[in-house]
Each structure stands twice: as structure tokens, then as C-alpha cells.
Design a protein around this ligand. Structure first.
Ligand SMILES: N[C@@H](CCC(=O)N[C@@H](CS)C(=O)NCC(=O)O)C(=O)O
Length: 258
């Protein structure tokens, strides 16, 4: 197996967590998103959406992190991470789908507005514009443009933050009645959520976690798993983590977050 990924990317983290839980070894190919390696001809052949992750396995090329994780759970059924009952499987997929449809785009807006923007603004305008122009999806392209131009001042940032925190409320409701998102057993839904809670912490929004008591307990338990250490913690580049934290703290002065 070969995984094309990036240490800081939430979607890559989701897949790495599942690979680690299942003890599946893989060859790592790091895609430098700041440099724009995701737009290279070679990578676009694998993933025409120009995003990470991409997994190759047994001659197949797989994209979309949630679908990759479902594939891994079916193809490598030891240490199953999905419930058997159809209704429970449906609930797991519904939760993952809401993360993909709502939280992921909001996370991209927040991460770029707070953490990636300062570095991009320091680069020559032509380089920055070329990076944006390369994004294949026109909606993502327009959103990236607005966010880089206006940062946390744009309406898109405010709506994204509120979407993100609403989903954290939904997770809190589920975790108030059961230890994991889907019930008593850890599932793909927990590994899908973990990187997005981590992103709040990385952006110095710890209060948004602390005020949700059950989410906070769950986060502590998920971070204590071996998979978190090997698939996320040990791979995070220290300078990027420090830059995210500093940018988050600076942005927080003007934001009211809980
Ligand atoms: N729906 C896709 C989203 C993948 C995605 O957006 N990945 C981000 C990193 S988390 C990326 O590669 N961004 C590159 C860019 O925006 O240029 C999935 O789940 O795999």
C-alpha cells in the first residue's frame, strides 16, 4: 500500500489512524500542499481533485478519505471498525457524511483564514494567485480566494466557524449518552471526528473543546490510543504546530468562541 498524504491534513490523518488501528504498513509519500505538489500532472493522474489523501492498493487507486476508510475496513476485516447492524452502520455513515459535507469545508476555511494566510500573504502575489487558480473545483477556488483576501473578517469565516461548532455540539449530544460516536465500540466515525477536534486545539481554540465536557473526555481517550501517537502525534512537524498555535492565539483576540 502506498499513501499519498500530508502530516497536517485532517483527511490524511483520518486514513492514517485507521491504517494504524489495523496495523497495516504502507509506503509514505508526503505531498507538500504549500508548494503545490498536489497540482502536479503526476499527482492529478491519481487524484483529479488535487487533494490528499490518495491510497494505492493491489492495483487500485482510491480517493476520498471516508471511502478509503470503508474500503480498508472491508478489505482488511481484522480489528473491525464498523458495527454489524445495518441501522448502526447507517448512523456511522451519516455522521461521517456530515463531517465531510459540513465540517471539512468549514475546517479548510478556518485553517486557511487563521493559519495558512500569513504565510501565503508573505509570498509574491503571482505565486499565491497561481496556487489558487490551480484548484480544480470552482467553489473551493472561490472560497480560497475570499479567505486569503479577507481572513477572519469575511462572512464565510463566521459561518464556517458556526457550522464547525454546531457539529461539535452534535458530537457532544452523542457522547453524553455513549462512550463513542456510534455506541459502545469505537468506529470509523470516531477516527473521522478526531482530526477535526485536534484542529480546534491546534488553532488554540481549546475552550471550544473544554466547554463540551463529554467531547473533551472522548478527545482525551482517543489521544491516549496508540494509533494517535503513531499516526498523528509523531508525524506532526513542530514548526507548523507552533505556527498554527501562534496564529490561533492572535486570531482569538478578536473572536468570541465557545
Ligand atoms: N473529500 C476529500 C477532501 C480532501 C481534502 O480537502 N484534502 C485537503 C487536506 S485535508 C487538501 O488536500 N487540500 C489541498 C488544497 O486545498 O490545495 C477527502 O475526504 O479525501
Amino acid at each position: 500500500m502506498k499513501l499519498y498524504h500530508n502530516p497536517m491534513s485532517s483527511c490524511s490523518q483520518k486514513v492514517r489512524l485507521v491504517l494504524a488501528e489495523k496495523n497495516l504498513p504502507y509506503e509514505s509519500v508526503v505531498i507538500d500542499l504549500q508548494k503545490g505538489t498536489q497540482f502536479s500532472e503526476e499527482y492529478l493522474q491519481l487524484n483529479p481533485n488535487a487533494v490528499v489523501p490518495t491510497l494505492t492498493d493491489k492495483g487500485s487507486t482510491l480517493i476520498e478519505s471516508t471511502l478509503i476508510n470503508e474500503y480498508l475496513d472491508e478489505e482488511y476485516p481484522e480489528h473491525r471498525l464498523s458495527p454489524d447492524a445495518p441501522e448502526q452502520r447507517y448512523l456511522m455513515r451519516l455522521f461521517c457524511r456530515m463531517l465531510d459535507d459540513l465540517v471539512h469545508p468549514a475546517c479548510a476555511v478556518m485553517t486557511y483564514a487563521i493559519a495558512a494566510r500569513p504565510g501565503l500573504l508573505a509570498r509574491p502575489a503571482s505565486e499565491r494567485e497561481a496556487l489558487i487558480a490551480n484548484i480544480p473545483d470552482p467553489i473551493r477556488r472561490a472560497s480560497r480566494k475570499t479567505v486569503i483576501e479577507h481572513g477572519t473578517d469575511c462572512t464565510l469565516f463566521k459561518t464556517s466557524l458556526s457550522t464547525y461548532l454546531n457539529m461539535m455540539d452534535r458530537a457532544e449530544v452523542l457522547l453524553a449518552r455513549q462512550p463513542f460516536i456510534n455506541g459502545d465500540q469505537v468506529s470509523l466515525a470516531d477516527f473521522a471526528l478526531l482530526p477535526y477536534v485536534l484542529r480546534l486545539e491546534q488553532l488554540a481554540m481549546d475552550r471550544a473543546i473544554a466547554t463540551r465536557v463529554h467531547l473533551s473526555q472522548w478527545f482525551g481517550a482517543m489521544k491516549a490510543r496508540k494509533s494517535f501517537t503513531s499516526a498523528i502525534h509523531d508525524l506532526l512537524p513542530e514548526p507548523a504546530v507552533a505556527a498554527f498555535k501562534a496564529a490561533g492565539e492572535a486570531a482569538l483576540k478578536d473572536l468570541d468562541i465557545d
